[in-house]
Write a protein that binds this ligand. Structure first.
Ligand code: B3K
Ligand code: ZN
Length: 873
């Protein structure tokens, strides 16, 4: 049990820093177990009063402290577990410190650590304090000069900015000196030293400057960085065209490392990536990997302006850089891969991760007001809902005012650390309108419910719409305000043709209604006949929409809605209702047949994009269904979902078989959207057929696996075989392992696949795999592949009524917490929603959370999430 309750940090307590750092010189003597770090800081007082100097530092062995060249005696300063405090300092001075750290023993992968025998760093949010004494907060911006010396075995010596000097030292080691001319917060500092291959390229920016581009990877892997390099160049051009943003240094570097707590990091001029989000070729990466690489390379690159040049004043403003940068990367992906398909995928991800967060005890506003560990707030809410808010802003004010506001933001705040208020103020100014009520989106947690009722008046040719909104209470926020919700809508006739109507006297095909009160009525005129309503087009706001539409309206939309998002959504709504009915014990067999027929018709539409058809066939996930059922019964949901998939398999057997045979990749492999779309549809067809495991389908699955010429198809085949189960699956699984055992990223997929096993032996299999020689829980990718995938991606087996799934997860969290609290905390989420489940399951989940909270020596990271999950509001 923890002896003291950790105290939260609050936004309302924000004070400007007492001292600023203009320059920092760092000198690293790199040794894996005993690295010496000398820091020379030019500090000056930031206010009128003399205050003690307080610097952050954790696990630093202090060697010396000096002010203006005078070494301080031990009594002149105080050091505890978190701070170095010097009671009296001049108004402006030079502070020199030397510390020793142990990167080889740093299992938290935060600060300076070793991965694969190389030195690397991760400083966001608060890792820099594990490297040297410093005011570790994002509003202290300094210019960095970094010197590092290492044995020559550490071949490459890299840091932010430009290389100023390099050479040999008299004792046979080597050194490099880097300088970054752009002032930055310490969370953007990076250093890498080790043996790496490099892929080089260059690009000429819009003003005609040549920028060298380098991607550093494990020896022998540079070919696998070709796609990331291509994505980087496309991102750089796109940011010039879409936002007028040009790259600013002469060099841009990316390094791939295998041991990383999350995806990637936007350190100035030296991005560090989890190798799973950088390395790809057709043999080892799936189309999904390619897609992720493209978007994450873009995301980290886009941070150069939204994050690095303009950063956050404090960590409560995290969405200022993250939500905005996700919006920018989603817009880029939409341009690269097609807007509708991209939007559907983004919304699926939002619903799966953010909506569930928002409906549980971990719900928080996009700009939270307190935290224990900021590491816990790198959430779907900050990122994905943060991006949705920017998208709504653009919809509400229009593309032109949006661009004007962005330009103003870049002009005004370049080189500064700022706030979300200051960002929104730029749009208010660009528009000449107050945006105060819009700001509530940042401060209010929870997913609004919007309901629309229609009354059609045939004589008057009017359609009256009654719109209402409510937001359910969330922890700490029991009553909610109405928010300004943009609802994009259009009308269809009974045959699915666009039906024009009048808005403000103008004939239009589509309009945006802003619902900014709890209730609003709206009358559309000039509506020639009773329409089908297509509302919330393009998912114009992150809300749960209900309407009085009958299934027949949904079928019209599924066949013909010109808004492809809503065409897809109509299918999802139909499927969701059917599966929920079946899991509640009231199956609608006729409805299921009708749905399968309608999907069949949509599949035969020659004009539709295969990627879109694959999404039509992809039913709402079990996690999404669980959110719509109270209390959630994961086993019943699993059976109901499989039943509907089975219905599709039988009803559409011929069509699915034809798609599977006809879409085989014949020409050369291309990871582009068109090739990926065809493979997605083909693999989806197989995935559904595999629910009906007769001999022909089993043979088809095995043949698919054996003939696979790329990783997407190999995984598609293996996953279909897993559904069928038995000897052919085990044989293919063993074959796959043998073939790829020396490729860690592929073996991660092998672990993750088995964690999703649908049969009752899944937990036994997963437990067995924790003893597999290739299972290394110290590597976050491997840990998440097995443990994270089982808990978050296999709800039917995780929620086994014995509680064994929960116990397994809790054991893993407690064990990982001993050496990597950040990663341990990220595993906790599946237990968080315990109140939404069947009471017997919820009780077992809660018991595991209680066991976790009372564990001796628990980290602040895990404590914060587990105690919030248990809190009563
Ligand atoms: N900014 C980093 C995330 C850092 C997470 C620290 N716990 C990657 C990104 O969002 O681009
Ligand atoms: Zn980011």
């Amino acid at each position: 049990m923890r002896t003291e309750t950790p105290q939260p940090i609050r936004l309302s307590d924000y004070r400007p820093p007492a001292y600023l750092v203009d320059e920092i010189h760092l000198d690293f003597d790199l040794q894996p177990s005993a690295t010496r770090v000398k820091a020379r800081l030019s500090l000056r007082r930031n206010g009128d009063h003399a205050e003690p100097l307080v610097l952050n530092g954790e696990r630093l062995t202090s060697i010396s402290v000096a002010i203006d060249g005078r070494r301080l005696a031990e009594g002149d300063y105080a050091i505890d577990a978190e701070y170095l405090t010097i009671a009296e300092v001049p108004a402006a001075f030079i502070l020199e410190t030397e510390v020793e750290i142990d990167p080889a023993a740093n299992t938290s992968l935060d600060g300076l650590y070793m991965s694969g025998g190389r030195f690397c760093t991760q400083c966001e949010a608060e890792g820099f304090r594990k490297i040297t004494w410093f005011p570790d907060r994002p509003d202290v911006l300094a210019r960095y000069t970094v010197r590092m010396t290492a044995d020559k075995a550490f071949q490459r010596l890299l840091s932010n900015g430009n290389l100023m000097e390099s050479g040999q030292t008299p004792d046979g080691r080597h050194y490099a000196v880097w300088n970054d001319p752009f002032p930055k917060p310490c969370y953007l500092f990076a250093l890498v030293a080790g043996e790496l291959d490099v892929l080089e390229d260059s690009l000429v920016t819009m003003s005609g400057r040549k920028v060298d581009l380098r991607i550093y990877v494990d020896p022998g892997m540079s070919e696998r960085a070709v796609y990331a390099m291509d994505a980087l160049k496309r991102s750089m051009k796109w940011d010039e065209e879409a936002f007028g943003r040009e790259y600013d240094l002469d060099l841009f570097m990316i390094v791939a490392v295998r041991d990383f707590n999350f995806g990637a990091m936007e350190n100035k001029g030296l991005n560090i990536f989890n190798s799973s989000l950088l390395l790809a070729d057709q043999a080892t990466a799936t189309d999904f990997d390619y897609e992720r690489i493209e978007s994450v390379v873009a995301h980290e690159y886009f941070h150069n302006w939204t994050g690095d040049r303009i950063t956050c004043r404090d960590w409560f403003q995290l969405c200022l850089k993250e939500g905005l940068t996700v919006f920018r990367d989603q817009s880029f992906s939409a341009d690269m891969r097609g807007a509708a398909v991209q939007r559907i995928k983004d919304v699926k991800a939002l619903r799966a991760r953010q909506f569930s967060e928002d409906q549980g005890p971990l719900a928080h506003p996009v700009r939270p007001s307190s935290y224990l560990k900021i590491d816990n707030f790198y959430t779907a809410t900050i990122y994905e809902k943060g991006s949705e808010i920017i998208g709504m802003l653009k919809t509400l004010i229009g593309a032109e005012a949006f661009r004007k506001g962005m330009d103003l933001y870049f002009d005004r705040w370049d080189g500064h650390a700022t706030t979300v208020e200051a960002f929104i103020e730029c749009f208010a100014e660009a528009l000449g309108q107050d945006l105060t009520t819009f700001f509530d989106w940042y401060e209010q947690a929870g997913t609004p419910r919007v309901d629309i009722r229609r009354t059609y008046d045939d004589a008057a040719k009017t359609l009256k719409l009654e719109l209402t909104q409510t937001t359910p209470p969330t922890p700490g926020q029991l009553s909610k305000k109405p928010l300004p919700i943009p609802v994009r809508l259009g009308l269809l006739d009974g045959e699915g043709r666009t039906l024009a109507f009048e808005r403000d006297g103008q004939a239009v095909d589509e309009t945006v209604v802003v619902l900014d009160a709890a209730k609003a009525n709206l009358t559309l005129t000039g509506v020639d006949r009773e329409p089908v309503l297509s509302a919330l087009r393009g998912f114009s706001a992150p809300v749960v929409l209900t309407t009085d539409a009958a299934p027949k309206d949904r079928y019209v939309q599924l066949a013909a809605d010109p808004d492809l998002f809503n065409r897809w959504e109509a299918g999802q709504d139909l499927a969701r209702d059917l599966m929920l009915a079946r899991s509640a014990g009231t199956p609608d067999e006729v409805g299921e047949e009708r749905y399968a027929e309608a999907v069949g018709r949509a599949l035969s539409d020659q004009a539709a994009d295969p990627a879109f058809k694959a999404l039509l066939l992809s039913l709402p996930s079990e996690a999404e269904l669980a959110l719509a059922q109270q209390p959630a019964d994961p086993a019943a949901i699993h059976l109901a979902r499989n039943a509907l998939r089975g219905r599709l398999a039988v009803h559409l057997a011929e069509e699915l078989g034809r798609l599977h045979t006809g879409l085989q990749d014949l020409g050369e492999f291309s990871p582009d959207a068109a090739g990926a779309g065809r493979r997605a549809l083909r693999n989806m067809a197989l995935d559904i057929l595999a629910v009906d495991p007769h001999a022909e389908n089993a043979e088809r699955a095995y043949g698919h696996y054996e003939a696979a010429g790329n990783m997407t198809d190999a995984m598609g085949g293996l996953s279909a075989l897993m559904q069928i189960g038995g000897e052919p699956f085990e044989k293919a699984l063993a074959d796959f392992y043998e073939r790829w055992k020396s490729e860690p990223l592929v073996i991660d997929k092998w672990f993750a696949l088995q964690a999703r096993a649908p049969d009752e032996g899944a937990l036994g299999r997963v437990l067995g795999l924790t003893a597999h020689p290739a299972f290394d829980p110290k590597n976050p990718n491997r840990l998440r592949a097995l443990v994270g995938t089982f808990a978050a991606g296999n709800p039917a087996r995780f929620h086994d009524e014995s509680g064994a799934g929960y116990r397994f997860l809790a054991d893993q969290i407690l064990s990982v917490d001993g050496y990597n609290p950040m990663t341990a905390a990220r595993l906790l989420e599946p237990l968080g929603g315990w109140r939404r489940y069947r009471p017997d399951l919820g009780g077992l989940m809660r018991a595991e959370l209680e066991r976790i909270v009372s564990h001796e020596g628990l980290s602040k990271n895990v404590y914060e999430l587990a105690s919030r999950a248990l809190a009563q509001d």
